[in-house]
Write a protein that binds this ligand. Structure first.
Ligand SMILES: *Cc1c(COP(=O)(O)O)cnc(C)c1O
Length: 437
């Protein structure tokens, strides 16, 4: 057995080394392909999938350091048991750390990540409004456990009742409409009130938005959506603002580095809590995540462009006041239609400089039309979820009781946008005929 395997400290050209060689930061596209190069221990170009749940300790007895005595920095280099961490998921996290520009940690699902974030920050109150219904469900469970209260994010008077240590949780763009919220505004509120700003950025992954540039403390993603991108894996991600990822005292723990007794970084603490909550990603999902992140930029750019074109076409048809779109579509919602999208220098332009999210909402003329339209489409699958290469529509009442029953959520995939346009058009025409209009 080679000493590299025994010591579990692979060496190679890391992203730092690569960037030093280029004298600048590599592009997002290059980082998503090469940020994990330094973890290669085998000449195979495609990454391995490690399925082991347990890892051999060093053979040399003098190198045995019990976990409770280990320096967390050194500990990061070793593998013990896959509920703590596993090499394939670490590889996925390494790429995410580079792509998101902040230390990142992966979970078994988006909701597992949201739950872990709330357990870690442990607020008394969370300001939140609308958005993904499952996050509200997690807060209801926490309310049962510790009385955690929800405060209406959109009501300035309610927001003012927050206390230091509470959380302002902003989902943007919002599920299910794809409309954006002003992160800079909520950062100012968080500063005034001494609160943490957490952002669910699932609907606008890189390169569309960087919530850290606007002061987010923790950014959360359902990696099930765009990081996975192929509707075949569950994943959640937390990324911690690099400047705020610093040391926090943990009673009874040896700390990171000399002289930092009892202190761990946020990510180290999140990892310790993840070890106990047990909400880790599976190895196969980690492997799929690595494969998928390679094409993140390609996919997301294409999906974003497709969505903007479709929305512009639909809005144009609607504005004509006649034709099947104008007749059957009551309203279209997407950040590209928000007034600030057209304003030079607006918060929205600054927040989403590289395009809008690939999800938008259509309000059909009636519940009946919304329920029937998905069955008329040939390219859009009728299914929940979003972010995959396949375009999806969902009569949203199917999975979210809190939204208007006329609403259809559209997740745009990587198909040719004109094919998607023609599919929507023929679907609306067929539906109109069926309804005898
Ligand atoms: C899907 C989703 C979640 C939950 O993620 P899972 O991976 O399904 O647990 C959270 N927030 C948003 C905005 C989502 O779209």
């Amino acid at each position: 057995m080679g000493s590299t395997t025994e010591k579990q400290t692979p060496r190679g050209a890391g992203p730092g080394d690569l960037e030093a060689a280029f004298g600048r930061q590599l592009s997002l596209a290059s980082r998503s392909v090469h940020a994990d190069d330094h973890t290669n221990t085998h000449p195979a170009v495609a990454p391995p999938m490690h399925v082991s749940t347990t890892f051999r300790y060093p053979r040399n007895p003098d190198e045995l350091v019990p976990w409770s005595e280990a320096d967390p920095d050194a500990f990061e280099q070793t593998y013990i048991y896959s509920r703590e961490k596993s090499p394939t998921v670490t590889r996925y996290e390494t790429i995410l750390t580079s792509v998101l520009g902040a230390p990142s940690i992966a979970y078994s699902s988006g909701l597992a990540a949201f739950h872990a974030m709330m357990v870690f920050l442990n607020p008394r109150r969370v300001a939140i409004a609308g958005g993904y219904h499952g996050c509200h469900g997690v807060l209801t469970i926490l309310n049962k456990l510790n009385g955690l209260e929800k405060v209406d994010l959109e009501d300035p008077a309610a927001l003012a009742t927050l206390q230091p240590g509470d959380v302002i949780h902003v989902e943007t763009p919002l599920n299910p409409t794809g409309e954006a919220r002003d992160l800079a505004y909520y950062r100012r509120k968080a500063d005034e009130l001494g609160c943490w700003l957490t952002v669910d950025a699932t609907f606008a992954p890189p390169p569309l938005m960087d919530p850290f540039a606007l002061g987010a403390d923790i950014v959360m993603h359902s990696g099930t959506k765009y990081f996975g991108g192929h509707s075949d894996m569950l994943s959640g991600v937390l990324a911690v603002h690099p400047a705020k990822a610093g040391l926090r005292t943990v009673p009874g723990r040896k700390g990171a580095g000399a002289g930092e007794e009892g202190k761990l970084t946020w990510v180290q603490q999140l990892r310790e809590e993840r070890l106990l909550l047990g909400n880790v990603m599976g190895n196969f999902e980690g492997w799929l995540g690595v494969r998928s992140l390679r094409t993140l930029e390609l996919r997301v750019k294409r999906q974003s462009e497709n969505a903007e074109r479709l929305v512009a076409w639909l809005a144009g048809e609607k504005a004509k006041g006649e034709g099947v779109v104008a007749e059957l579509v009551h309203k279209i919602q997407h950040s590209s239609l928000q007034p600030e999208a057209k304003e030079e220098g607006s918060w929205l332009r600054k927040q989403m400089p590289n395009g809008h999210g690939p999800v938008f909402a259509l309000w059909l003329e009636s519940e009946q039309v919304a329920r029937r339209l998905p069955s008329k489409l040939r390219l859009f699958h009728h299914a929940t979820s979003l972010g995959g290469v396949e375009s999806l529509v969902e009569w949203r009442a199917m999975s979210d009781a809190s939204v208007d029953r006329r609403l259809i959520r559209v997740s745009v995939g990587v198909e040719g946008w004109e094919d998607l346009k023609d599919d929507l058009l023929q679907g609306l025409v067929a539906l109109k005929e069926e309804l005898g209009r």
